[in-house]
Design a protein. Structure first.
Length: 260
């Protein structure tokens, strides 16, 4: 009787634990998406200290992964891994790729890795394809802001599964993040390691609250999006065909601010 009571108590506790987002996916076997990354980092939108040369404003290649809730590439308010640090600071992907590979081998949490070419200016777009699975319906990626100390944009664990079906299209506005590994304030700051390391934080128009901050616009309530990502489900009839170039219209995101 005592053992039965203990078992009931344990089972009741287990049933009350939070369930990972991916455990509820009962969609078809798998789905493919075209992911389109659009840079909106223009001198008109972000006039303060806008990098014009050595190097000019641009975006690194996009590195992403489809995975289950057992894996996390990066999270706001948590410490960046060594791989994310190397990518955010220098655009080097080897350590991050190794971390992804090890996570896939250890806990079977990775379905696939995807990447898209770099963009040689602050505005423009790049794209690639990705595949998700009912047990791995989450998407995460990072793109480094170039030049910058350790700043990036990205998505953390976006679920493309909605119950028993895959979403047809998802668009997300992106804002800059600080990896917490370099203490530079401006786009062209020299390397100055943050010791001890800080957590990943979102950069806003008022944080860091310092006039030297390249994103410091005290007259604004919120920064405009510096980039946007759209994921469009590829229909089965289109599988195997070369995907057309999707030219998404850019929405205005200009800053109206006297600070320059």
């Amino acid at each position: 009787k005592v053992i039965w009571t203990v078992l009931v108590t344990i089972l009741g506790y287990a049933s009350s634990l939070p369930v990972g987002d991916d455990s509820l996916c009962s969609a078809e076997e798998l789905a493919k998406y075209r992911i389109i990354f659009i840079g909106k980092w223009s001198q008109t939108a972000f006039p303060k200290q806008y990098p014009l040369y050595r190097p000019p404003a641009q975006w690194s290649s996009l590195l992403g992964v489809t995975h289950s809730s057992d894996y996390s590439m990066w999270k706001k308010n948590e410490y960046a891994s060594n791989g994310v640090r190397d990518f955010a600071e220098k655009g080097e992907a080897w350590a991050l790729m190794k971390e992804i590979e090890e996570a896939g081998e250890k806990i079977q949490s990775i379905h696939g890795i995807f990447s898209a070419p770099a963009i040689s200016s602050g505005t423009g777009q790049t794209s690639t394809e990705l595949e998700v699975h009912p047990r791995h319906p989450l998407v995460s990626f990072v793109v480094r802001i170039v030049p910058s100390p350790d700043w990036f944009v990205g998505i953390d664990s976006l679920n493309l599964c909605d119950g028993d079906h895959w979403m047809d299209e998802v668009s997300v506005d992106l804002f800059p993040y600080d990896a917490g590994t370099d203490s530079g304030f401006t786009f062209s700051s020299p390397n100055f390691a943050t010791i001890p390391q800080d957590t990943v934080t979102e950069i806003t128009c008022s944080s860091p609250s310092h006039p030297a901050n390249s994103f410091y616009y005290p007259k604004l309530k919120i920064l405009p999006p510096i980039a946007q990502v759209t994921m469009v489900k590829i229909k089965k009839s289109q599988l195997g065909l070369s995907a057309p170039f999707i030219n998404l219209p850019a929405r205005s995101n200009e800053i109206i601010d006297s600070v320059s």
